[in-house]
Design a binder for this molecule. Structure first.
Ligand code: FAD
Length: 417
């Protein structure tokens, strides 16, 4: 039975409105697929970067296909977690502070349009510091310069406001009252939902690594389809090295990251909002989120774990990391000393050498864009990345040096947090 274009779009949008995005192209022949019309742009990867890029390109009037092997915000993707922090503090890396500010506005606007404003929770972010910690000191200067609302809090004020935290050696902190967290994969699915409602065509298809050199005319999918487009964006996060092994095999480092959720005692409100903000203990390379909707108090080490395969890696936390996290929780949050683990996640960072994003044209294919390297901090920036990539494709012009492929080294030296 032939599916009309109208039926195809209706099925697709209905699918996206549910909790999971249903494969949109079941028996339907979308334009640009296997001999149909050609898309202006095919975006491969519907994580937070690809979803926002597809949406923004469509807003710029482009005919866009968005493809994903497992589905937007799937459990294997870096965007697949329950929650993601959005903060403005980035030391003296002002571009990321500016992008966070811009992104927060765009997130709020889109989530409002999607009827999901609660997918952003403005619970505040508390960044703890010790002594003259240079990164936090630089953050303070940047926030002041850019007029971002924040407070510098000394030890006694911290203890007064958050008596449930034992600040240990932390002597001061920056509080960003307007920052907070986004509901990770739900927020990505909301972007795809809006993108589809405005005409982006979503296909649940795994793209085969493109072979050859020169201008790319089409990509093949594992199911045997061909997708033709004038421009291709590969926003495949930790899969980028699999798609471009020669170019990126040694330049994107996927690392295993573990996330733990602890259950506060019944009726204990100290570990949920408004009593508890998002917090970062920078010196101990660990951060967490308040208990939200009874899903548990999130605690996640930010230190890079071992190498990880996003397709085949088992997602079970290790007893060693759990023991280390419990020890930290008992020290910093004594009221959670005996709290049970109620859930856990294993995800992967897709790190560049220093933490700067990768946004550049393929050096041998000028109609192919490589976008990724979120490096454990990319989620919040989805909207700004979408806007930036769209501007480069529509208007042309060089990319920021810090995002270029040429600056991506083969040795990891983290500089952006
Ligand atoms: C545990 C953890 C905590 C984090 N915390 C934060 C935080 O608090 N704040 C923050 O801002 N950032 C955070 N990050 C980082 C952020 O989540 C990532 O930088 C961001 O989600 C990366 O998005 P992406 O779209 O580049 O990649 P992904 O989300 O991985 O998306 C890539 C997509 O490409 C698809 N794909 C791959 N290969 C193919 C193919 N061949 N064909 C078709 N589709 C394909 C995949 O299925 C996937 O959906 C965290 C990351 C992790 C893992």
């Amino acid at each position: 039975m032939k599916t009309t274009r109208r039926e195809f779009m209706r099925t697709a949008v209905a699918g996206a409105l549910g909790t999971t995005v249903i494969p949109a192209l079941v028996g339907a022949q979308a334009p640009g697929v296997s001999g149909g019309d050609v898309y202006d742009v095919a975006v491969v990867g519907a994580g937070v970067f690809g979803a926002w890029i597809a949406y923004r390109l469509r807003q710029a009037g482009r005919r866009v296909a968005l493809l994903d092997a497992y589905g937007p915000g799937n459990a294997r993707s870096s965007s697949g977690g329950q929650t993601r922090v959005i903060r403005m503090g980035y030391g003296d890396q002002e571009i990321y502070t500016r992008w966070s500010m811009r992104s927060l506005d765009l997130w709020k606007s889109l989530l409002g349009k999607a009827g999901r404003p609660s997918f952003f929770q403005p619970v505040g972010v508390l960044w703890m510091a010790r002594g003259e910690d240079p990164l936090t000191t630089k953050t303070l200067a940047t926030l002041q310069r850019l007029g971002i609302r924040h407070e510098r809090l000394g030890r006694s004020e911290l203890e007064r406001r958050w008596p449930q935290i034992d600040f240990g050696p932390n002597t001061w902190a920056i509080h960003e009252p307007r920052s907070g967290f986004l509901m990770g994969f739900h927020a990505v699915q909301a972007v795809v939902q809006i993108a589809m409602a405005t005409g982006v065509e979503y296909l649940q298809e795994a793209v085969v690594p493109p072979a050859g050199k020169g201008r790319l005319g089409s990509v093949a999918t594992r199911s045997g389809k061909t997708v033709q487009a004038g421009t291709f964006v590969f926003a495949c996060g930790p899969w980028l090295p699999k798609l471009f092994p020669d170019l990126l095999g040694e330049r994107i480092f996927a690392t295993r990251q573990e996330v733990f959720y602890f259950g506060p005692a019944p009726g204990d409100a100290r570990f949920r909002s408004p009593a508890m903000p998002v917090w970062v203990d920078f010196a101990e390379e660990i951060y967490g989120l308040p208990d939200f909707k009874g899903r548990g108090f999130k605690v996640a080490p930010d230190r890079h774990g071992p190498a990880f395969d996003p397709d085949t890696g088992e997602r079970v936390v290790t007893p060693e990391t759990l023991a280390a996290v419990r020890e930290f929780v008992a020290r910093r949050f004594p009221g959670l000393k005996d709290a049970p683990l109620v859930a856990s996640e294993v995800c992967q960072y897709e790190n560049t050498s220093n933490g700067d994003f990768l946004i550049d044209r393929h050096p041998e294919r000028d109609n192919v864009w490589l976008v990724g390297g979120g490096s454990g901090h990319g989620f919040k920036h989805g909207p700004a990345v979408g806007e930036y990539v769209t501007a480069r494709i529509v208007e042309g012009g060089p990319v920021e040096t810090r995002f270029s492929l040429a600056t991506k080294e083969k040795v990891q030296k983290r500089a952006v947090y």
